[in-house]
Write a protein that binds this ligand. Structure first.
Ligand code: URA
Length: 219
């Protein structure tokens, strides 16, 4: 396969492929879907947080003094779930990174143009942009339109490209290309790079509509 960008990391592990099969199966219930998604999210967050700055501290175990590395509390970590499908990612991310700020991004996809339409942006300004790291959370990197729009939003607020990670469950070559053509330094993490998109902007083979499957609104 052509290398799309060296900033793309696809997690390849039996624990991920097994849970992804549960997620993709059309017969999987909403509860099973959410549980499998949560399980994969731990590994995605592990990867997405691997370059967060740490600092050395000294502490005492019951036996002796030792030094340890902990997250640097000088850094502001922003978790940015794209509503609504990004919320399961966010719940797990908050469990692992409880000191993070959550910056909800509300956008829906116009069915005709496949372009994102904003309806909510939690923080108009971000303080301390030099010391901020952002992890954007959206299970589906499909056309790349909302991904690019979410990154645009943080760049506009002063965050540097290299301090932004885009975390997805499934990505497409089209979506990765759109995002990385504009933002070469944004790291993209995913559990799968699927084949392509259909004419309605759905990922093939994909999993269907992530929001509907997470929130049981498939009717
Ligand atoms: N959003 C989804 O929920 N599913 C897709 O396949 C593409 C975008």
């Amino acid at each position: 396969m052509e290398v799309l960008t060296n900033k793309l990391k696809i997690l390849n592990h039996p624990l991920i492929s097994h849970n992804l099969a549960i997620i993709r199966n059309e017969n999987t219930s909403c509860e099973q879907f959410r549980n499998a998604l949560r399980r994969i999210t731990y590994f995605l967050i592990y990867e997405a947080s691997k370059n967060l700055p740490t600092k050395e501290i000294t502490l005492k175990t019951p036996l002796e003094e030792t030094s340890c590395f902990v997250f640097d509390d000088d850094i502001q970590l922003i978790l940015a779930p794209i509503l609504r499908a990004g919320m399961v990612f966010c719940e797990v991310a908050q469990e692992l990174l409880p000191f993070a700020n959550v910056h909800h991004l509300g956008m829906y996809r116009d069915e005709e143009t496949l372009e994102p339409v904003w309806y909510y942006d939690k923080r108009k300004k971000i303080k301390n942009v030099e010391k901020s790291k952002v992890i954007i959370l959206d299970p589906m990197l499909a056309t790349g339109n909302s991904a690019k729009c979410a990154v645009d939003n943080f760049i506009f607020k002063g965050i540097k490209e290299e301090n932004i990670v885009f975390m997805s469950l499934i990505a497409t070559p089209e979506g990765v290309k759109k995002l990385s053509d504009k933002y070469k330094n944004v790291e993209i993490i995913t559990a799968s790079l699927d084949r392509t998109l259909n004419s309605k902007g759905y990922i093939l083979p994909g999993l269907g509509d992530a929001g509907d499957r997470i929130y049981n609104t498939l009717d």
